[in-house]
Design a protein around this ligand. Structure first.
Ligand SMILES: Cc1cc2nc3c(=O)[nH]c(=O)nc-3n(C[C@H](O)[C@H](O)[C@H](O)COP(=O)(O)OP(=O)(O)OC[C@H]3O[C@@H](n4cnc5c(N)ncnc54)[C@H](O)[C@@H]3O)c2cc1C
Length: 448
């Protein structure tokens, strides 16, 4: 029987929208609240749009601390932590270091693999829906390696992948050229992951909003969540900074709001889902919950009329630059800059991305990017590289779906599906798209 329990989702990023989608499909009465306007930007829009079963190793992994320390001193490198006196940053660093063990990676990898694969299957279903024009392309991912040393490292990663049942083909330069005849790469070789995919994140967000509005989901825009009314271990109301305006149409360009009403400064909820991306720790704080996270700023540059395009998305591995064809355009993204909640652009980091492109793809020149405006987004990065997903034990009706770091697009559908299943009290793993039963590594309570 469909339930009409009222689910309030804080955050209209890709995780919040996918959660709304699967909750609505379960028959819940769904309201999505976001502090930004409907016509907004944010981490879920300008990203590289990759769906990556190949990315089963969390960011916190052996060797990452040493590599990070080495890169810290190069202004163009793909990784940087802005030195600052911050207890949160220090604690995050210590937790990251503690989590970067082989034993932990061995535990985390099958969990991430299963989640990514479940998400991929859900994306296939979503892409088959009417009007789902978000450019889902199951073309695989090419990890391009400039150096023999880089290729050896990626070949070792490919062996790990195959051990976990994720197909991976190690290719020499000739093999790479044969797979991507449309765009010549000057590389030692690469590893091709056929199960990976890509999509256009802006179009995905727009389609999800349209579908949700059509299905009766309410959106409260420009409505920052500022607290909760709690009684008997439950949150009964979500408090907001301003009177909440309901709009059943998702975007301004969709026409006038189908329904508009003042709700006052709070919203009643039977279930609350925290999906606020990098804003989640502050929201969780109002409930006394601790969700440690640092913002990992990344940039992307989109060429509207690229000289050439690959068929599959790619990662320029040594430079840590992602390359994704999106319709007629080609997007390049990269950098992990930890500088707090600051969305401003650091030109040297962007220059690092631009400089890497012609090294791998001689068809491009740095000048191709001269008039391209860099986009910046803040990835929500927990210290152990694993998202927070599940109910918190401290409240009977609060679920967390946040902290997806570099994998939010890839993991959003399965996250939404897991949350909807949890709220419906149903965690059966009956089919291929069902989540794995063990979510203990993702517990939102794992840091106290
Ligand atoms: C350069 C770059 C490339 C990337 N490439 C990929 C990729 O290829 N594949 C992949 O899987 N991932 C990728 N990512 C990561 C991915 O973009 C993120 O993991 C994902 O967008 C996070 O989504 P989210 O919904 O959790 O957060 P967000 O998109 O940040 O959404 C959170 C929302 O919550 C709202 N909010 C916060 N606080 C409050 C509050 N108090 N009240 C009301 N609303 C609030 C915010 O306004 C925001 O709209 C990339 C990221 C970057 C920067």
């Amino acid at each position: 029987m469909p339930s009409q329990r009222r689910v309030v989702i804080v955050g209209a990023g890709i995780v919040g929208l996918c959660t709304a989608y699967y909750c609505r499909r379960r028959g819940f009465d769904v309201t999505v609240i976001d502090g930004r306007p409907a016509r907004r930007d944010g981490c879920s829009f300008g990203n590289a749009g990759m769906v990556v079963p190949s990315h089963f190793v969390p960011m916190a992994a052996p060797g990452m601390v040493a590599m990070g320390l080495k890169w810290m001193w190069d202004p163009r490198s793909p990784f940087y932590i802005k030195p600052r006196l911050s207890w949160d940053l220090l604690a995050w660093g210590v937790r990251f270091w503690r989590a970067s063990t082989r034993a932990r990676v061995e535990r985390a990898a099958p969990v991430l693999r299963d989640l990514h694969l479940a998400s991929r299957a859900l994306y296939e279903e979503l892409a088959a829906e009417p009007g789902a024009d978000f450019g889902f392309a199951p073309q695989g991912l090419m990890m391009l390696c400039k150096t023999p040393h880089g290729l050896a490292e990626e070949a070792a990663a490919a062996s790990h992948a195959r051990r976990l049942g994720v197909p991976a083909d190690v290719l020499d330069a000739v093999g790479v050229a044969a797979r991507e005849p449309g765009l010549a790469a000057d590389v030692a070789g690469g590893v091709y992951y056929p199960r990976d995919c890509h999509l256009s994140p802006d179009r995905l967000m727009a389609w999800l909003e349209r579908s949700l509005a059509a299905a009766g989901c309410r959106f409260l825009w420009e409505t920052a969540v500022t607290g909760f009314d709690v009684a008997d271990g439950r949150t009964a109301r979500v408090r907001t900074a301003s009177a909440a305006h309901v709009a059943t149409t998702a975007r301004v360009e969709d026409g006038p709001a189908g329904e508009a009403a003042e709700l006052g400064d709070s919203v009643e909820a039977d279930e609350v889902v925290l999906a606020g991306g990098i804003g989640s720790p502050a929201v969780a704080c109002h409930l006394g919950l601790r969700l440690p996270m640092q913002a990992g700023k990344g940039y992307s540059l989109t060429l509207e009329a690229p000289r050439a395009k690959p068929a599959a998305c790619a990662i320029l591995t040594e430079a840590r630059v992602a390359v994704t064809p999106m319709g007629d355009t080609l997007r390049f993204g990269g950098t992990m800059e930890m500088a707090g909640l600051d969305e401003s652009v650091t030109p040297a980091r962007v220059a690092g991305i631009v400089a890497a492109v012609p090294r791998y793809y001689p068809a491009f020149q740095a000048d191709d990017f001269a008039n391209v405006r860099p986009w910046a987004g803040l990835r929500p990065c927990p210290p152990d590289g694993m998202p927070y997903l599940g109910r918190t034990k401290w409240y009977r009706n609060v679920t967390v779906a946040a902290g997806h770091g570099m994998m939010g697009v890839s993991l959003a559908p399965v996250t939404g599906r897991v949350v909807a299943d949890l709220l419906a009290g149903d965690r059966k793993a009956a089919d291929a798209t069902s989540p794995p039963p063990d979510l203990s590594l993702l517990s939102p309570d794992r840091f106290g």
